[in-house]
Design a protein around this ligand. Structure first.
Ligand code: GDP
Length: 490
């Protein structure tokens, strides 16, 4: 039973596997099939629920599978997921081949520097073409066994279960070589792979254990969130007494929603935990310096929060003084609005969170721009547009032709009348110019009127002569060069 992880295996631990791949290529189906056919205890009910990770037993050997969100926006989480895992399974549908998210998944696996197996899925379909899928993989640099490389490849049908045993076997072959190590006797070292606000039971987190144990009666600190370990469950939501290396364990009842990716450690008393937490939180008095532009993000789940903050950070132009305030999971509160109103230009972005009338009133009173979104890209677009308006305008210069000044008829600041010949391109009537004298820019100006053959013109082409009335910061001399250009806002 998964709750009895004993101390015998102080140095080896079972594999943690992440399944990645393009949407609809069968990740969920594969995971569901594996879980359904290999659950530890048949009485554990809610296996349709995805809880972040689950541990199964296959031929008396354990494997922990991580759930991976499929949507593109969660690429960051996928990278994290891949880092927690020991081995990745890259699912490619035989009827669809390599797709954009296949490449993304491959990148994530490469970054995590873990071995991977290719599962070519849906081979039961009449439209399946395994060789084409393999060729597509070769094109993106995945060299499979038998195709000049060493990446294991297992054709399977997640729907019918065919080939799934081969996949599990291959996972063990691969991880046996890796000699996975974890020390059950060490203090806990775990990583939060999923977290959310359970509406009935409070903040909950799924933790993957690398070393040590979590047991009931411990006090756990995950990032800056703390909990007494009273509710402890396995990946199927079944109550357990303790969990050890490579196992997933859900702890419910934190005092805040732990951040995904944060490290979890345990203590034997609440006092020890509070001391550690106080020490960790010392440098966090950073919310008090005023910022020019402030952004606060609130979302329904930690994964979306992180993904959104990540995307927003990437959208901020380097020359803008933007500060991200500590947001997180849950509804926007009045004190958060007050906090962020310290910024000169404050924004609050909600994702799948309710914004109550009174909160909107406070925001309006404190001049905080606040909006709630159901689609992550719309939230990003909003902030992008707003920041674009605030960005200092970048001016770029677009050079045009030059005018060689042949004659100066009048030289008063209100209007200098000159004659000249265009060269090196077109002289547009509405452009500005630099006055270049002996190779040096000595002044600036613009054309008031331009004539070619005594007729108003919009431009002079290279070689053409014309008469101009100009205004300029400096008197113009014969033989000066007027270098024309437009200034454009980038
Ligand atoms: P995910 O987005 O990668 O998790 O893909 P799903 O597991 O949701 O599968 C997408 C669709 O493909 C569903 O309709 C599945 O029933 C179907 N599917 C998955 N695996 C197989 C398979 O091996 N054979 C066939 N014929 N269909 C499959």
């Amino acid at each position: 039973m998964s709750q009895k992880t004993d101390n015998k295996a102080a140095t080896s631990r079972h594999p943690i596997v992440v399944i990645l791949g393009h949407i609809d290529h069968g990740k969920t189906t594969l995971l569901d099939y594996i879980r359904k056919t290999n659950i530890v205890s048949k009485e554990s009910g809610g296996i349709t629920q995805h809880l972040g990770a689950s541990e199964i037993v296959w031929h008396d050997k354990r494997i922990t599978f991580l759930d991976t969100p499929g949507h593109e926006i969660f690429s960051k989480m996928r990278v994290r997921g891949a880092r927690v895992a020991d081995v990745a399974v890259l699912v490619v549908a035989a009827d669809d081949g390599v797709k954009p998210q296949t490449k993304e998944a491959l990148e994530a696996v490469k970054k995590a520097n873990i071995p991977f197996i290719v599962a070519i899925n849906k081979i039961d379909k009449t439209t399946a073409d395994i060789d084409r899928a393999k060729a597509g993989l070769a094109e993106i640099g995945v060299l499979l066994e038998g195709w000049g490389g060493s990446v294991p490849c297992v054709p399977l049908s997640a729907k019918e279960g065919k080939g799934v045993d081969d996949l599990l076997e291959t996972i063990f072959l691969l991880t046996d070589l890796e000699e996975l190590r974890g020390d059950a006797t060490l203090p806990l070292r775990g990583i939060v792979i999923e977290s959310h606000l359970d509406p009935r039971r409070g903040p909950a987190a799924m933790i993957i254990i690398r070393d040590g144990h979590i047991k009931k009666g411990d006090f756990i600190l995950a990032g800056s969130a703390a909990a007494p370990v009273r509710i402890l469950e396995d990946g199927f939501g079944k109550p357990i007494e303790s969990a050890g290396p490579s196992s997933p364990a859900r702890v419910v009842g934190f005092d805040a929603v732990p951040e995904i990716g944060s490290e979890a450690i345990t203590f034997s008393s609440k006092t020890e935990l509070e001391e550690a937490r106080a020490a960790l939180e010392q440098p966090a008095a950073r919310e008090n310096t005023p910022a020019d532009i402030g952004i606060l993000v609130k979302a329904d789940v930690a994964g979306s929060y992180e993904a959104l903050v990540e995307e927003l950070r990437a959208s901020v132009p380097a020359d803008l003084p933007v500060k991200f305030f500590d947001g997180g999971v849950g509804e926007v509160t009045e004190s958060e609005i007050k906090n962020i109103s310290a910024a000169k230009i404050p924004f609050v972005v909600g994702f799948h969170v309710r914004m109550r009338g009174p909160i909107l009133d406070v925001a309006e009173r404190l001049h905080v721009s606040i909006r709630s979104f159901e689609v992550i890209y719309e939230a990003i677009d909003w902030i992008r547009e707003e920041l674009k308006k605030l960005a200092p305008k970048k001016i770029t210069r677009e050079d045009h032709g030059k005018l060689l000044v042949l004659k100066v008829f009048a030289n008063i600041p209100a209007g200098r009348i000159i004659g000249g010949r265009a060269k090196d391109g077109v002289v547009p009537a509405d452009a500005q110019f630099d006055i270049v004298r002996q190779g040096e820019t000595v002044g600036k100006g613009r054309i008031i009127s331009l004539q070619r053959n005594k007729v108003a013109a919009t431009e002079l082409r290279s070689g053409e002569e014309g008469g101009l009335m100009v205004q300029s910061s400096r008197a113009i001399d014969e033989r000066d060069i007027l270098a024309f250009y437009y200034e454009r806002e980038a």
